[in-house]
Write a protein that binds this ligand. Structure first.
Ligand code: HEM
Length: 163
């Protein structure tokens, strides 16, 4: 039962999300729920660096709809809406002429983990976003060791049913 209100407070409550999946031997945990209009995502990753998740276009990072997030040294959560411009690079949608469609977010760093929570529309009008489909969807996931956008220490793919 989902009896907990979603709050982007950096705490992933036991009943705040529908599903939690543990990847990378438990170092990367992704939780999510949808209400038809929005998707709500919680990431809890064993790093003090950046964390990312994206909707795959089937080509690694290229053409992927990527969320790139981190918590600054003074405790502010930064959550950016990115797009995979090539197999090796992603850029903020706003730098590409698109829009940032992460409507609410928050997070914190605690006990060696970076916890990020965000909300975005299931379908956005931005051409740098991928709308969620009915049925299975492939996500890409990754994280780094610090906040600067250096290459991941771990990354991969996961198939999920998001709506
Ligand atoms: C932060 C800056 C990033 C850099 C500099 C970077 C760099 C790269 C590079 C060079 C590759 C090519 C393969 C390799 O050398 O291992 C790659 C592949 C990949 N990246 Fe990133 N990446 C970044 C962020 C991300 C993020 C945020 C995600 C996911 C949300 C991600 C997911 C992937 C995946 C899934 C592949 C695998 C492609 C494949 O082999 O099928 N990366 N990345």
């Amino acid at each position: 039962m989902l009896d907990e209100t979603w709050r982007p407070d950096g705490v992933i409550g036991p009943r705040e999300y529908f599903i939690t999946r543990a990847l990378d031997e438990g170092n990367y945990e992704i939780s999510y729920r949808t209400d038809g209009r929005y998707i709500y995502v919680g990431l809890k990753v064993k790093t003090s660096g950046w964390v990312g998740v994206g909707i795959s276009a089937g080509e690694g990072m290229r053409n992927g709809d990527i969320v790139f997030a981190y918590v600054t040294d003074d405790g502010r959560a930064i959550v950016e809406d990115h797009f995979g411009v090539s197999a090796t690079q992603h850029l903020p949608d706003i730098e590409l002429g698109g829009t940032s469609d992460i409507v609410e977010f928050g997070g914190k760093e605690e006990g060696g983990y970076t916890i990020i929570e965000f909300k975005r529309p299931v379908a956005s009008k931005d051409k740098f976003d991928i709308s969620l489909v009915e049925g299975m969807q492939t996500l890409i996931w990754a994280y780094g060791v610090d906040d600067s956008p250096e290459k991941h220490v771990a990354m991969g793919y996961i198939d999920v049913r998001l709506r």
